[in-house]
Write a protein that binds this ligand. Structure first.
Ligand code: HEM
Ligand SMILES: *[C@@H]1O[C@H](CO)[C@@H](O)[C@H](O)[C@H]1NC(C)=O
Length: 523
């Protein structure tokens, strides 16, 4: 009875409730939406110039994002924005603004955005390139800095690099058609000695190929705008067998390659340490510490994998482009060869010791870094709301820098498409590309000194002994094309050129045995 009454009361309450509450709810919700819209509109008004809403989605290209960014910056200015569904994208097209934000305010501009496709689904999240700016990351940067963080530390590696350069020249002499593979092997060999004390074998080496495959996958998996799951993270729960879930099946394949990249060299070091034959390396140094814990082991495993990954595929991309630049600019090649001949002579190869006396070669190398950029864009995620020149840069914004665009800006570089070392010589040299080409602030490339040294040596020694020219077929010169492939890390598509020893003496120099220890010890 009481129960019944109570029920009646509750029911009547519900009806009354609904009559009052429903309109209230509708009102409150509309109010909230209005406020939210107003707030978004107000904030959007303060964003750098650009586009917002649905239009923005159509602006996101799925490939060669730097080309689109260049047009975007030309249209809206050197700092431009796109915003949609709560995402804010900032695109920077000048070195000055990149330095102001990524360097001077680096505390708040050193994170990477969440990467669902690459970091989470493919398992790359613990690699340095994708880590956020945290303790894990800082520990790894510190290890890198100890081994390759200055010209002084890289100077200890000069002999090892010169040894690998000799091996490289010999490979090109044997089979110049596979130059791209030889270049890749040169840089991967150098890096594997430093990271894991691994000496690559003659001919094809499985760890060289592995790094190449893994890096191509990393480059695609991080391509901005290619995978929707990066913008709609919930999509990661779609079952793999569904038709639209091709990205998940791809990620699974990537994860298998990544596991090899991390585990194979690490297990190699462990077996070498057990046998007492480990060569000095970052890995062996940490792995033989008496205070080694499982945590520390995991950390060094990923730090060395980061070194292996980072060092294997960028400098080689630049150096392959060097061959294209020489093929297309015979005038520049001859001028650099004249300098090498007069400073070094024909009876020995140039070494690091010659570098300060080769200003034209230096300008040529600098121009190479400007003319061809292996990492055309870089990306950060901001920690807090920030203001720049009166514009709002909201916390969590994706900040892109169009490195490629900066280095081809005709306001900075005259005839930017021309390969012209002279722009860095004389009284009024144009700005050095090194600051943009290797990135900015606390995340600037940790391989700067190593890459800047090892790529220079390869270029200088190649010019000293080889003539690099267009191929001639049926009496017709073939002009190679400048085709870029890849996204985050790019490469030139294979092209044809002729690489011939300059003289019998040059050939003798290449074949000469390397005069120092060859067991990979870096002394
Ligand atoms: C000419 C050669 C190279 C160029 C042009 C280059 C360029 C770059 C660029 C543009 C970045 C992004 C930086 C940023 O976000 O601001 C980067 C990051 C990185 N590079 Fe290089 N790099 C080169 C060689 C190397 C070498 C030899 C190594 C080997 C240690 C290396 C390892 C890395 C790593 C691990 C990162 C990620 C750093 C981070 O996220 O904090 N790079 N590089
Ligand atoms: C980073 O953001 C915090 C909080 O807004 C601010 O106090 C600090 O000055 C910023 N740091 C830099 C280097 O801009």
């Amino acid at each position: 009875m009481i129960n019944c009454e109570l029920q009646g009361f509750v029911t009547s309450l519900r009806t009354v409730d609904l009559q009052i509450v429903a309109p209230l709810l509708v009102f409150a919700t509309s109010l909230a939406i209005c406020f939210h819209e107003l707030y978004t509109w107000y904030r959007a008004r303060r964003l750098p110039p650009g586009v917002s809403g649905l239009r923005c989605i159509f602006e996101i290209p799925s490939e060669k994002v730097w080309l689109k960014m260049l047009r975007f910056n030309q249209q809206y200015g050197n700092i431009a924005s796109g915003s949609f569904f709560g995402y804010n994208i900032i695109v920077i097209g000048s070195a000055k603004i990149a330095e102001d934000l990524l360097e001077k305010r680096s505390t708040n501009y050193s994170d990477r955005p969440r990467s669902v496709m690459c970091g989470e689904l493919s398992g790359w999240g613990k690699i340095m390139l994708l880590s956020n700016y945290n303790d894990w990351f800082r520990a790894h940067r510190k290890w890198f800095a100890q081994d390759i963080g200055s010209y002084a530390s890289v100077a200890k590696l000069h002999r090892m690099i010169e040894f690998e350069a000799r091996r490289y020249l010999q490979c090109v002499l044997e089979d110049s058609e596979r130059n791209q593979a030889h270049i890749r092997k040169y840089f991967t060999s150098i890096i594997l000695r430093l990271s894991h004390g691994y000496v690559t074998q003659a001919g094809d080496d499985p760890l060289v190929d592995l790094a190449h495959v893994a890096n191509s996958q990393l480059s695609m998996a991080t391509a901005p705008g290619l995978y929707y799951v990066d913008f709609v993270p919930l999509m990661k729960y779609i079952p793999s067998w569904l038709p639209g879930a091709g990205f998940k099946r791809k990620a699974k394949k990537y994860a298998v390659v990544l596991r090899d990249l991390v585990e194979i060299p690490h297990n190699y070091v462990k077996s070498q340490l057990a046998a007492g034959t480990a060569l000095p390396s970052l890995s062996s140094r940490i792995m033989s510490r008496p205070d080694l814990t499982e945590e520390l082991e995991d950390s060094v495993k990923w730090a060395t994998a980061s070194m292996y990954q980072g060092g294997a595929d960028t400098a080689n991309s630049v150096s392959y482009a060097f061959y294209l630049a020489m093929t297309l600019s015979p005038r520049v090649m001859r001028k650099a060869q004249q300098e090498l001949d007069s400073v070094v002579g024909a009876s020995r190869l140039p070494t690091f010791a010659d570098r300060p006396s080769l200003p034209y070669m230096e300008a040529l190398f600098t121009e190479l870094l400007r003319w061809y950029t292996p990492g055309p864009t870089t990306i950060r995620c901001t920690r807090v709301d920030d203001e720049y020149n009166g514009y709002l840069i909201p916390a969590g914004s994706y900040v892109f820098v169009n490195i490629w665009g900066i280095l081809r800006d005709e306001r900075t570089y005259s005839d930017p498409l021309e390969f012209k070392p002279e722009r860095f010589l004389g009284d009024k040299p144009e700005p050095h590309p090194g600051n943009a080409c290797f990135g900015f602030g606390r995340r600037k490339c940790p391989g700067y000194f190593l890459g800047h040294s090892s790529a220079w040596l390869m270029c200088a020694q190649s010019l000293a002994v080889f003539d690099i020219t267009k191929c001639v077929e049926n009496g017709v010169e073939i002009t190679p094309e400048h085709n870029i492939v890849g996204e985050t890390i790019v490469h030139l598509a294979p092209f044809q050129c002729s690489i011939k020893p300059r003289s019998a003496e040059a050939e003798r120099l290449i074949r000469q045995e390397f005069p120092h220890t060859t067991d990979g010890r870096t002394e």
